[in-house]
Write a protein that binds this ligand. Sequence first.
Ligand code: ADP
Ligand code: MG
Ligand code: MG
Length: 254
Amino acid sequence: MSTLEIRDLHVSVETKEGPKPILRGVDLTLDSGHTHAIMGPNGSGKSTLAYSLAGHPKYQITQGTVTLDGEDVLAMSVDERARAGLFLAMQYPVEVPGVSVSNFLRTAKTALDGEAPALRHWVKDVKVAMEQLRMDPAFAERSVNEGFSGGEKKRHEILQLELLKPKFAILDETDSGLDVDALRIVSEGVNRVKENTDAGVLLITHYTRILRYIKPDFVHVFVDGRIAEEGGPELAERLENEGYDRFLTPAATA
Ligand code: ADP
Ligand code: MG
Ligand code: MG
C-alpha cells in the first residue's frame, strides 16, 4: 500500500508580470487502489496541481509538502518522481518528432526499471495493450503525438499507463475531446490498470461524463486554487445537476 500526501500546497506560476499565485492551500491524501476525482471549472488550477506534482519547472511551490510513502516528492527531479511511481497524463501531451511510440515506451520502461524489459515479454505486452485500446499496430511506428488526433493522444497516454504501471496516475482531462466510443475504451484501460496494479488514480475532469465509466471513491470540488467541498460519488451527481455556480466566489469569476 502506498500513500501520496499533499499538505497545504501553495503554488505560483511564472508569468511575464512575475509569479502569480494559483494554488492556495491544497490538502489531499491518495491511497493505492482508490480513485479520487477532482472536478472544477476552467481556470480553477486543476492542471497546475497536476504539473506541480509532476515537477514542471514553471510552477513554483511557495508553501506546503508532498510526500510519497514519506519521501519528499518536491525534492525529487522529474525523473526521480517517475521512478518513485508518479505518472502524469497531460491535458495537452507534447509532440516528440523523430521518436516512435515503440521506442519511446521502451526507453521510458527501461528508465523506470533501471534495465531494459525482456524483449519477448515486452513485445507481447505492447501488442496486447494496443489491441485492448483498439489501436492500429502501425501506430507503434509513428512519432509520439505528431499529428495524433485528440483520441489517439489519449489512447497513447493510457497505453503508457498500462505498460509503465505507476503507483499513482494523475489523469488531467483524459476525457476531453473524446467521443463516446473512445471514452469507453480509454476508461476501460484505466479500470484495467486499477484492477491489475492497484494504482491510486487522481482523475481530473471538468465534466461528470467520464465518472459513469470510471467510478470514483471520492470526489473533490476544486475552485479558485483549493478544494471547496468533498464527498463520495453522490457529489458528482449533484454537480451534474447543479453545476459549479454555487461554489464560485467573486474572486473565482473575476
Ligand atoms: P484548469 O486546469 O483548472 O483549467 P489551470 O491550472 O490550467 O486551470 O490554470 C489556473 C490559472 O492559472 C488560470 O487562471 C490560468 O490562466 C493560470 N495559468 C496557468 N498557467 C499559466 C501560465 N503559464 N501563465 C499565466 N497564467 C497561467
Ligand atoms: Mg482548463
Ligand atoms: Mg486544465
